[in-house]
Structures are given as structure tokens and as C-alpha cells.
Design a binder for this molecule. Structure first.
Ligand SMILES: [Cu+2]
Length: 536
């Protein structure tokens, strides 16, 4: 008898055939799952602004097997559902595609086989389903899921398709962190609306998103052309901030500690988050779960796709206190000719200049509403993180360098755009090895200048080894870098213009083809994505 893993190994070793066909998977007979959830991607409506409901795309979730608590919806929001599972559980997640275009789901941050990861080559056509089955091998943490069809990720996520995937384990339980209503997910997104409360994206997407033509004068003037082309390439920025799918969010809290799980689910918005009363943030977790010990930051930098977990104790505030979490100003996300630029020519062409990256704005209001004692204290030690040793990396002396590049108005990595099922020689790694990868965001891109990029590797969590920055752009980088939390497990590393980062990446358990890309969704959709191949 071949195990499922044997099949994958053999297919991968044979080269060429990388994905295991569904028929083989079915023939192998997957073990019965502990949790089975059906997620239907569909069009719907959500009340977001006052007045008319907003047409959105959304996942409708249904627990078919397992505890009812395995899934939690966010009332009145297009986001979600929130899936809650434990390490070691086997899950079956059935995607039903009720959209008019192909879609799939990427389980962001999770360590799963390549054919379960939501690679763009594995999609469900309209009306079809895709069955994801895997064991939760990851440690406790705040993971999430979103569509990943090539060229359409930005659009599908923008219109509402995203949810949290929270994993718990024994180590986390031992840390005795706030639970239930004191364990709050905060999903941050920027969006734009028109006068009819419809989401505004690229002008030619309006019809798909809203089910109605935008048309008219605005549609004609702004439609297609330069504006769309620039947005499609440089990233969409909305002028309103939504928290858990709602505008002007107010959080009503008690005088006790909370666990706040922040996810930046924006397409291209970078947050520099701080409390308006100047109190520091106590960070307890990053992309891949809890840190070893809490760390303090005066602000945290959160790029698209990144997560950060905070321990926030409201017991030092009097009942009635209001405070605001704000995004602080920073140098922006674009550099040209050796300096940063805010609202120059390129900025003007970006389509949305009302709230460029680097602008300040309020994110969330907190009202301390009631007095409550809680028997929880901030643990000195949160978890154990076994550090990779750089000298154990097979390429310790010669890190694999991935330059972010711009060709003929198209993003790329080492000069190559995305190719669905191909890898280059320098993108092939061996199973059971540790490597140093260096992402380099300091190549000159001529007219296009440089932009900030959060680089994401599918299928694993890595450790950040070191960073460096071009001298001319140091000051701009320093406007956000005190908010980096590089201590924990990461599946993304954010790079400002001129910045480079070395990360330690281990390839375990699963051979196959996985993407790595920029998580500014428009960048990934327009070429800033490649595959890497894990060979046996
Ligand atoms: Cu990017």
C-alpha cells in the first residue's frame, strides 16, 4: 500500500507531474476528518454604511462535522467565517464556487501539502467544488484564508473573500491568555465606496462587484486607461478603514486584559499602529503564533497579510475613558531617484491620493465601558521557539538572493514574472534542508522607482535573520522599522524601498510546488510571484 505521502514523493521525484490528481487522492481514501466545513463563495449583501446594503462577495460557512465552535461568524460582516481548530486535528474544507469565475482558497501561513495550499493552478470552476483535506501541523496562531487564482486574487479579496483561521494548542493553553469575548480578532482593511454604497475598485471591476454598471461620466473619465493600469500595478488604496468589515469601529471593553489579534487584510495598505495616548504596545504574537516572551513597541508596522497579537490591559484606564488606535504617518511606500516620494507624479497616477500609504488616520476607537476584575496576568514566557542556526543552512555562505524587479512595466522576481507550473534552476530546493533566502528590494527600477513589498512564502513559517538598507533610503525605512517584530515565526517579511532581509527557511514534510510572492495583492497579480519547488 502506498501512503498518500509516497504518492506525492514519487510524483515530485519524477518531475513534471507535481500535483496529485483528485482521483488518486480519493482512491487512497482520506481518513475521516475531525472537522468538516463547507465554505460557499457567493455574492451577497452586507450592511456597511448607513442606507443601502453593499453588494459583496462572501463565504457562507456551514459546519458539517465537528464541534459547533469550529466555526464562528462575524455578525453583519462580509468577512469570515472564523475557523477555530486545534493542532493535530484533521480538517476537511469543502469550497463550493458560487461565483461566476474560478476561485480557490489559500490557507495563509499553514504548513500543508502543495495540492492543498491553494496554488493558483488548483482552482474550482464556477459551480464546482474543491475539497481541501489536511492535518493541522502548525502551532497555535492567527492564520487566515483568502482566494488565490492568478490575476484575480486582489479583486476577489477586495470584494470580501477572507476569513481567519485560528489554531490553538497545549502550549497556548498553558500560557493562560484571555479567552472568549476577551480574545478579539481585528481584521483591518481599507475600502472605497461610491454614492450608492457600492465598493469601488478598478473601474472595469465595478460591474462584477456590484452587479450593476458604474458607467456615466465618472465611469467614462476614470474608466480603464492609465488610472486603472497604475492601480493594477502599484496597488489599490481605499479611503475608508474598516475593522471586521465595519466603518468607524468602536470597541467596548472592560477594565481588564485583552488578547487583540490584528490581521491586515488590505490589498496594499500599510499600517503603522499606535495608541493615541502614547502607551506602548505589548506584542505577544506574530504570523506564526506566540513569541517566546512579550516585547514592547511604541508602534507596530503591519503590511498586507501580516498578523500581530497584542496583550492590551485596559485596567489602568478609568471607566468612561476613550482611546484611539491610529495609523501614524511614515515615509510612504515609494522611492524615486534615491529619495522617498509622497504625492508626486507617480502618486497622482495611483488613482487614490486621498489617503496614500504613509498618511495618518484613525483606525479604531476603544471605549472603556465597564469595570471588571480578571484573574489573568501577562505571562513572562509565552512559548518555546527553537532557533534555526544560520551555519546549519546548506547555503550559509551563498544565500539565495531574490531581487524584486520591474521589467516592461511588469513586476518580477530576478527578472521573471509568474509562470503557473514552472520554476527556474535557482528556485529548486531539497526536502529536509535549511536555507538562507535573501529578499532584495534595492534594484533600480528606473521610471518606476521602488516600492515597499511584503514578501510571503507559501507552506511554511520562517525566521528573520537580518536586515540591511541602502544608505540613501535609511531614513525612510527608519520611519517604520521600530515597528517590525522580527522575533517570532513569520510567513511574510516586509521590505521598505532600499531594504533587504535574510530569512532562514526549512523545507519539511511536503515536496512539491509552492508560490512565493508579494502580498500587496495587485503586485502578486501582476507578476511579483514565482514558484519554488521542493524536491525529494
Ligand atoms: Cu509588492
Amino acid at each position: 500500500m502506498w501512503t498518500r505521502r509516497d504518492v506525492v514523493k514519487t510524483l515530485a521525484a519524477g518531475g513534471g507531474m507535481l500535483a496529485m490528481p483528485a482521483t488518486i487522492r480519493e482512491a487512497l481514501g482520506a481518513l475521516e476528518p475531525d472537522v468538516e466545513i463547507v465554505l460557499t463563495a457567493t455574492k451577497g449583501e452586507a450592511p456597511i454604511l448607513s442606507g443601502r446594503a453593499t453588494p459583496v462577495w462572501t463565504y457562507r460557512g456551514k459546519v458539517v462535522k465537528g464541534e459547533a465552535g469550529s466555526m464562528q461568524s462575524i455578525p453583519g460582516s462580509y468577512l469570515g467565517p472564523i475557523i477555530r481548530v486545534r493542532k493535530g486535528q484533521r480538517v476537511r474544507l469543502v469550497l463550493e464556487n458560487g461565483l461566476a469565475e474560478a476561485t480557490n482558497i489559500h490557507w495563509h501561513g499553514l504548513h500543508v501539502p502543495d495540492d492543498m495550499d491553494g496554488h493558483p493552478r488548483h482552482t474550482a470552476a464556477p459551480g464546482k467544488r474543491f475539497v481541501y483535506e489536511f492535518e493541522i501541523k502548525d502551532r497555535a496562531g492567527t492564520y487566515f484564508f483568502h482566494p488565490h487564482p492568478h490575476g484575480r486574487t486582489g479583486t476577489q479579496a477586495y470584494f470580501g473573500l477572507a476569513g481567519l483561521f485560528l489554531v490553538s494548542d497545549e502550549e497556548e493553553q498553558a500560557a493562560k491568555l484571555p479567552l472568549g469575548e476577551y480574545d478579539l480578532p481585528l481584521i483591518l482593511q481599507d475600502r472605497s465606496f461610491d454614492g450608492e454604497n457600492r465598493l469601488v475598485f478598478l473601474s472595469d471591476e465595478r460591474a462584477r462587484g456590484g452587479g450593476m454598471m458604474g458607467g456615466g461620466m465618472m465611469g467614462g473619465m476614470m474608466g480603464g486607461g492609465m488610472m486603472d493600469m497604475m492601480t493594477r500595478m502599484m496597488g489599490f488604496l481605499g479611503d475608508r478603514v474598516l475593522v471586521n468589515g465595519r466603518p468607524d469601529a468602536i470597541l467596548s471593553v472592560a477594565t481588564r486584559p485583552y488578547r487583540l489579534r490584528l490581521l491586515n487584510a488590505s490589498n496594499a495598505r500599510i499600517f503603522k499602529l499606535a495608541w493615541d495616548d502614547g502607551s506602548p504596545l505589548t506584542v505577544i504574537g506574530t504570523d506564526g503564533g506566540l513569541l517566546e516572551a512579550p516585547v514592547q513597541r511604541s508602534y507596530v508596522t503591519l503590511a498586507p497579510g501580516e498578523r500581530i497579537e497584542l496583550w492590551t490591559d485596559f485596567s489602568r484606564y478609568a471607566v468612561g475613558t476613550e482611546l484611539t488606535m491610529r495609523s501614524l504617518p511614515f515615509a510612504g511606500d515609494m522611492a524615486m531617484g534615491g529619495g522617498m516620494m509622497g504625492g508626486g507624479m507617480m502618486g497622482m497616477m495611483m488613482g487614490n491620493q486621498e489617503l496614500p500609504n504613509g498618511a495618518a488616520f484613525p483606525v479604531l476607537k476603544v471605549r472603556v465601558a465597564r469595570s471588571e476584575k480578571a484573574p489573568v496576568t501577562l505571562p513572562k514566557r509565552l512559548s518555546t521557539i527553537v532557533r534555526y542556526r544560520p551555519e546549519d543552512a546548506v547555503n550559509y555562505r551563498r544565500p539565495r538572493v531574490f531581487h524584486i524587479t520591474m521589467g516592461m512595466m511588469e513586476w518580477g522576481i530576478n527578472g521573471r514574472g509568474f509562470e503557473m507550473e514552472r520554476v527556474a534552476e535557482d528556485e529548486i530546493v531539497r526536502l529536509n534542508t535549511l536555507e538562507v533566502w535573501e529578499f532584495a528590494n534595492d534594484a533600480s527600477m528606473g521610471m518606476m522607482g521602488m516600492m515597499a513589498h511584503p514578501m510571503h512564502i507559501h507552506g511554511l513559517q520562517f525566521q528573520i535573520l537580518e536586515r540591511s538598507v541602502t544608505r540613501a533610503l535609511r531614513e525612510a525605512r527608519d520611519s517604520v522599522s521600530a515597528g517590525y517584530v522580527d522575533e517570532g515565526w513569520k510567513d511574510e517579511v516586509f521590505l521598505m524601498p532600499g531594504e533587504r532581509a535574510k530569512v532562514l527557511v526549512a523545507f519539511k514534510d511536503f515536496p512539491g510546488l509552492f508560490p512565493y510572492h508579494c502580498h500587496m495583492l495587485e503586485h502578486g497579480d501582476t507578476g511579483l510571484m514565482r514558484n519554488y519547488l521542493v524536491r525529494v
